[in-house]
Design a protein around this ligand. Structure first.
Ligand code: V47
Length: 367
C-alpha cells in the first residue's frame, strides 16, 4: 500500500523534535513504498541519536555444543532428535579443546554459543561448559545461550531464570544472544513454534539478566506468517523492556530462511532485499533506546549489508567463524569473513570500520 509522502514528512518532524514514534507510525513506515525515503529517515534517526560514521564488528567464533532439541520449531533446519542422522552432543572437554585450538590460530575475542534444547543433558552440563571455557580462555567474552535455552535449563534444574543466570554468571557467562524471541504475538508462535514457551518467558529471562548486570541482545525472526502489526508490536515490546532495564546492547533482525524446514515443503520463499532493508530501517526508527542495529551479513549477504548501513544499521556483527543455523536453512553467504574483507566492505560503503569487543569497547579503527 502506498503511504502518502506527507506521512514520512510527519514522522520526520517528530524525529527532529525528539518525539517518540508510536504504533501507527511504525505501521505507516512498514507500509510505505518509498524505500529510499525510509532509509534516509532511519539514517537520520541514527545520527540524531548520536551515531557517527563508525560501523562495528567483533572477531568471533560460533560454536554449537548440541543440535538435539525437544522443541521442533517449524522454522528451524538445525535441530535434530537424538536418533536422527547428524545429531550430535559435544562434551565440555571436546568443546574447550576445539575453542582453545581455534583461539591460538585466530585470536577471536568472543565465543557465541546457541544450542538445541537437549532433554538428555542436565543443568550441570551447561554450568560445567561455561566454567571450563572461562578457565581455558579467561580473556574471551562468553556470549552463550538464548532465553529459550535458559528457560529450558530452569525447567531441567527446577529453579528460577534468575538462579540459572546467577550460576552461569559466576561460572563466567558474559552476555546472552538474542535468539528465541521469534515474533512475540502468540498467534504467530502457535503457528511457527507451537512447542516454544510464550513471549513472557523470553522477557522474564532478559529482565533477570539485566537485573544481574548481564547484557543481552534482542532479535526478531521475520518473513513468515507475521503481519506488519505483529512486527510493530514486537518492536514496541522490546522498546518497553529497554525503557525498564536498559540491558539490550543491540537488535538483530533475522530473516526467515526456509530451506530444509517444514515451510520449504509448503513453497515458502526467502525474504526480499526490499523487506530486509525495511526491517532494518523501521527497527532503527522505533527502537530509539537500543544503541545498535545489526545488519547480519550471514543472513543478508555482505553486499546488502553494505546498503543496510545507509538504512540505520551500524554493525555487521562479526567475522562469524563456523555459523551453522542459517547454513542449515539455505544461507548462501557462507561463514567466516576475514577482518580485511569486512573492513573493505565497510569502507566502500563510506563508513569507518571499528573492531569492537562484545560490549562495544573499541579495539581498532581504520581511518
Ligand atoms: O532463535 C533459526 C533463528 C535464532 C532460522 O544475539 C532462524 O547477536 C531464520 O540467537 N531462518 C538463533 N532464522 C540464533 C541467534 C542469533 C543469531 C545471530 C546473532 C545473535 C545475537 C543471535 O535463529 C533462533 C531463531 O530466531 N533461526 N532458524 C531460520 N531457518
Amino acid at each position: 500500500m502506498a503511504v502518502a509522502v506527507d506521512t514520512l514528512q510527519e514522522i520526520r518532524e517528530k524525529l527532529e523534535v525528539g518525539e517518540r514514534l508510536d504504533f501507527d507510525d511504525g505501521l505507516a513506515l512498514f507500509e510505505t513504498d518509498d524505500l529510499l525515503g525510509l532509509g534516509e529517515l532511519a539514517d537520520l534517526a541514527r545520527r540524531l541519536r548520536s551515531g557517527g560514521d563508525e560501523v562495528f564488528f567483533v572477531q568471533n567464533l560460533y560454536l554449537n555444543q548440541t543440535n538435539v532439541c525437544r522443541v521442533k520449531c517449524k522454522f528451524c533446519a538445525f535441530a535434530k532428535t537424538r536418533k536422527q542422522e547428524g545429531a550430535y552432543t559435544i562434551t565440555a572437554d571436546e568443546l574447550v579443546e576445539d575453542a582453545a585450538r581455534q583461539h591460538a590460530a585466530s585470536g577471536f575475542t568472543e565465543i557465541h554459543i546457541v544450542n538445541g534444547e537437549n532433554p538428555h543433558v542436565d543443568f550441570a552440563f551447561y554450568v560445567d561448559t561455561v566454567r571450563r571455557l572461562h578457565e581455558a580462555l579467561p580473556d574471551v567474552h562468553l556470549k552463550m545461550y538464548t532465553a529459550s535455552e535458559i528457560h529450558h535449563m530452569s525447567k531441567l534444574a527446577g529453579i528460577s531464570h534468575r538462579d540459572v543466570l546467577r550460576e552461569l554468571q559466576s561460572a563466567g557467562l558474559g552476555s546472552l544472544p538474542g535468539g528465541g524471541a521469534e515474533i512475540f504475538a502468540q498467534r504467530v508462535r502457535r503457528l511457527i513454534a507451537p512447542g516454544k514457551e510464550p513471549a513472557e518467558d523470553w522477557f522474564d529471562v532478559h529482565e533477570a539478566a539485566h537485573g544481574l548486570g548481564i547484557p543481552t541482545h534482542c532479535t526478531m525472526l521475520y518473513g513468515h506468517v507475521e503481519t506488519y502489526e505483529e512486527r510493530v508490536d514486537h518492536l514496541l515490546r522490546l522498546r518497553e523492556q529497554q525503557d525498564r532495564t536498559s540491558g539490550f546492547l543491540a537488535f538483530i533482525p533475522l530473516a526467515f530462511h526456509p530451506e530444509n524446514t517444514v515451510f520449504e515443503r509448503r513453497g515458502w520463499r526467502f525474504t526480499t532485499g526490499a523487506d530486509d532493508l525495511k526491517v532494518i530501517a523501521v527497527s532503527r526508527l522505533l527502537l530509539d533506546n537500543v544503541p545498535h542495529v545489526k545488519a547480519y551479513w550471514i543472513m543478508m549477504g555482505l553486499p546488502l549489508a553494505q546498503v543496510a548501513l545507509h538504512f540505520g544499521a551500524d554493525d555487521v556483527q562479526g567475522t562469524v567463524a563456523r555459523e551453522q543455523i542459517f547454513q542449515a536453512a539455505g544461507a548462501t553467504s557462507g561463514t567466516e569473513q576475514k577482518i580485511s574483507e569486512l573492513v573493505r566492505f565497510v569502507r566502500a560503503a563510506g563508513r569507518i570500520p571499528v573492531q569492537r569487543d562484545t560490549l562495544y569497547d573499541e579495539l581498532r579503527r581504520w581511518q
